[in-house]
Design a protein around this ligand. Structure first.
Ligand SMILES: [Zn+2]
Length: 67
């Protein structure tokens, strides 16, 4: 799983209300997001969960390709 690429993807998204980009930091294996409002933070949290799930699925499928 590549947390760094997930971080970049999250930082590319902008708040639909304020048009601002979040700042995302990686602490160990978790992502900390700071952004303009709670609503956007919620959306980012959901997005990060989705991206992490996708990333894990990619890891699994590439593992199978190597077999
Ligand atoms: Zn906002």
């Amino acid at each position: 799983m590549n947390l760094h690429s997930i971080k970049l993807k999250l930082e590319q998204s902008s708040c639909p209300e304020h048009g601002k980009h979040p700042s995302v930091t990686i602490t160990g294996k978790t992502l900390n997001m700071s952004c303009c409002c709670e609503k956007f933070k919620e959306a980012l949290k959901k997005k990060s969960e989705k991206l992490i799930t996708e990333s894990i699925q990619n890891d699994i499928s590439s593992m199978f390709k190597k077999l």
